[in-house]
Design a protein around this ligand. Structure first.
Ligand SMILES: [Zn+2]
Ligand SMILES: [Zn+2]
Length: 343
């Protein structure tokens, strides 16, 4: 293969299976680094994007945004990274760096967020990606690549809101959904001194939830135990995207309590309780660069361990299917088996 070509897996149209796809290396800007991909996690957002749920996907579309690899080339203005460095990259591969939000250090809220995704032009299910070096994070030697990959999106997605709400010790939190995001949220929340209740629609997740560190477990469609938990939680973190019984769950919040959404569920609730108990429902989107770095270091210090199933990238469609059907335990990471990596 010519060194100016990249091999990846692309959906050629909305909802299609991925197929092998070769494309010209994108042109390198002065702040960019090219990274040879060794590992890439599979996130539900990849599936949403293939299905054009957000209305912004351009086809052919190469998904993949939980990336670990080695720097293979650097732009002329790059000094913080060099060839051979192992880095992690999350959903955000760049930002305009000049809008109000970028200038105040909230580049994950960049006004040009649609162009900021690492999959613009092509994502991590490929032999290499090109990103702004400021969004490629050097990884500690002791952090395994498959674990680092998962932390780059799922990790920061849950760490950021948990960390920003963990202002008072011993808050009671309910974590809704024990999957790719939820199993990490349980671990981060315990490390941040929350009293954690894992809430899942699957009773069989109880044992594993407690093993991840949850103090308690509740079944989300068990109306009786949810009603007994009325006014129990300071905070609910919703990592699930379906099977959410909004009314009963909101009743488990204390007055002035908050529910934070980190996925993209369809929401339906009765406003009466929301108003009468001064509840908040809010969203949280990834994190800025400082939070990314803090999260990596926090995960290492507190031995946060994503539970990962490794699969070869050649089986990308099988991996996507497992994630879509909720059968991943708990996160799938693809390793690059067939594609020439450049380091
Ligand atoms: Zn993601
Ligand atoms: Zn910006």
């Amino acid at each position: 293969m010519s060194s100016s070509l990249v091999s990846g897996y692309a959906a050629k149209a909305v909802g299609k299976q991925l197929e092998a796809f070769t494309y010209e290396q994108p042109k390198m800007g002065k702040h960019d680094v090219r990274v040879s991909v060794t590992h890439c996690g599979v996130c539900h957002t990849d599936i949403h994007a293939i299905e054009d749920y957000y209305g912004i996907t351009k086809f052919p579309f190469v998904p993949g945004h939980e990336i670990v690899g080695h720097v293979s080339a650097v732009g002329t203005a790059v000094s913080r990274l060099k060839e051979g460095d192992r880095v992690g990259i999350g959903w955000q591969g760049r930002a305009c760096m000049k809008c109000k939000w970028c200038l105040q250090g909230e580049e994950h809220l960049c006004m040009d967020i649609v162009s900021s995704g690492v999959w613009v032009p092509y994502g991590g299910f490929s032999s290499s990606v090109l990103v702004d070096n400021r969004f490629a994070y050097p990884l500690p030697d002791t952090l395994p690549s498959e674990a680092a990959a998962v932390l780059m999106c799922a990790g920061v997605a849950v760490y950021s809101p948990l960390q920003s709400y963990a202002i008072r010790p011993s808050q009671k939190i309910g974590i809704i959904g024990v999957g790719g995001l939820g199993h990490l949220a349980i671990q981060f929340a315990r490390a941040l001194d929350y009293e954690v209740t894992a809430i899942s629609s699957s009773p069989e997740k109880k044992e594993q939830s407690l093993a991840f560190g949850a103090n308690h477990f509740m079944v989300s469609n068990d109306q009786t135990s949810l009603q007994q938990a009325a006014f129990n939680f300071d905070l609910l973190l919703c990592t699930a995207s379906d099977n959410i019984n909004w009314g009963v769950l909101l009743n488990t919040l204390k007055k002035n309590g908050s529910m934070i959404l980190v996925g993209f569920p369809d929401v339906a609730f009765n406003s009466t309780d929301l108003v009468a108990h001064q509840l908040s429902i809010t969203g949280s989107f990834l994190g800025n660069r400082t939070t990314m770095q803090e999260m990596l270091s926090f995960a290492q210090t507190h031995n946060i361990k994503p539970k990962v199933e490794l699969m070869p990238m050649t089986k990308v469609n099988e991996a996507l299917r497992k994630v879509k059907e909720g059968k991943a335990r708990y996160r799938i990471v693809l390793f690059n088996d067939s594609i020439d990596t450049e380091v």
